[in-house]
Design a protein around this ligand. Structure first.
Ligand code: UFG
Length: 329
């Protein structure tokens, strides 16, 4: 029973591969290495450099490796980039996902786990958000993911495919054993940017917006540790193999941290009082978005074990230092 991981050389995908290996699974990674790294894939895993929208290739991989389940991470994920290049996002995240789903149907793959996002909810009025909160994405990124959710649901109904859609909140941290982490150059994510500033890779960082209707005026987000997120996929795989019904699940801890709180934690954990400048709001940022993730715990049996913001920051910081050594070599 081989699991195909698209985007397995990327941030979340590479943590997934480690979890699968630790569980004794056979894994094939398909990644075009545009934002992933070959070195992020352990040597015992088959890495196929190629595009998940390439149906000839995917069809061959499914047949040759006897793929039983697909965990589909490969995507473009930068919200402002999606505003500037909507067609690129709809091609990569939506059209190619359509091709992949078709290959799964034709190749007899019965299970798909799909990476979706809190961005499908858009600007929410009430927190925490449940899976039934109306979806009203405000970016092409969010729409590209929501359309993929719909395609997967429709195809599952028509062709007897079983799926789990996981809607990730703010993914952060790194493998606690230091084997992989967030390595994308030019990343815009808060914890990574703050860690880069703490170790001196950036002279300063900005807090975008201090006039939000939140306790300290900065945005609130639900930060989920990346290994815990990979473990949610493991729980989903087990659930589907056990005959579980297809469904959608939020992945978060159900607690919001403000931007200022996160910056303070990074300063405390790093011991560096780095320079922070206050800037106007960043376009498209919702003031607050926090998950209600009871469904994943109750139905998938997911039990997070890394819900500790200081530990998450510690892992991100350690990875940033390791990355600097790697990039200098
Ligand atoms: N922020 C700063 N300074 C920075 C970087 C971020 O103040 O240098 C703030 C942002 O304005 C925002 C918060 O920190 O208020 C979190 O920003 P991130 O860029 O880390 O994450 P987002 O909440 O914007 O985006 C995340 C995922 C997206 C997903 C979205 C769904 O990265 O893929 O959540 O809400 F679409």
């Amino acid at each position: 029973m081989t699991v195909l991981v698209t985007g397995g050389a990327g941030y979340i995908g590479s943590h997934m591969v480690l979890e699968l290996l630790e569980a004794g699974e056979t894994v094939v990674v398909l990644d075009n290495l545009t934002t992933g790294f070959w070195w992020a894939v352990p040597k015992e895993v088959t890495l196929i450099e190629g595009d998940m929208g390439d149906q000839a290739l995917v069809g061959r991989v499914i047949a040759e490796h006897g793929i039983e389940a697909i965990i589909h991470f490969a995507a473009r994920i930068v919200v402002p980039e999606s505003v500037a290049d909507p067609l690129g996002y709809y091609l990569n995240n939506t059209s190619k996902t359509r091709n992949l789903i078709e290959c799964a149907v034709k190749g007899g793959v019965k299970r798909i786990i799909f990476s979706s996002t809190a961005a499908v909810y858009g600007d929410v009025k009430v927190n925490p958000v449940t899976e039934d909160t109306p979806q009203n994405p405000v970016s092409p990124y969010g729409r590209s993911k929501l359309m993929s959710e719909w395609m997967l649901q429709d195809t599952a109904r028509a062709h007897g495919l079983a799926y789990v859609i996981l809607r990730y909140f703010n993914v952060a941290g790194a493998d606690p054993k230091g084997r992989t982490g967030q390595s994308t150059a030019g990343a815009t994510h808060l914890i990574k940017v703050a860690c880069q500033t703490a170790i001196g890779d950036r002279p300063e960082m900005a807090i975008f917006g201090t006039d939000y209707p939140t306790p300290d005026g900065t945005c609130l987000r639900d930060y989920i540790q990346v290994t815990d997120l990979a473990r949610a996929h493991m729980a989903a795989l087990k659930y589907l193999r056990g005959g579980g019904e297809s469904g959608i699940f939020n992945c978060g801890y159900g607690r919001g941290y403000s931007v200022r709180e996160i910056v303070d934690v990074v300063k405390q954990v790093s011991g560096v009082d780095f320079r922070v400048v206050l800037q106007p709001r960043r376009p498209g940022d919702p003031p607050a978005i926090v998950a209600e993730a009871a469904r994943a715990r109750a139905i998938l049996g997911w039990q997070p074990i890394h819900d500790d913001v200081a530990a998450i920051v510690g892992q991100a910081l350690a990875w940033e230092k390791a990355l600097r050594v790697r990039n200098a070599a």
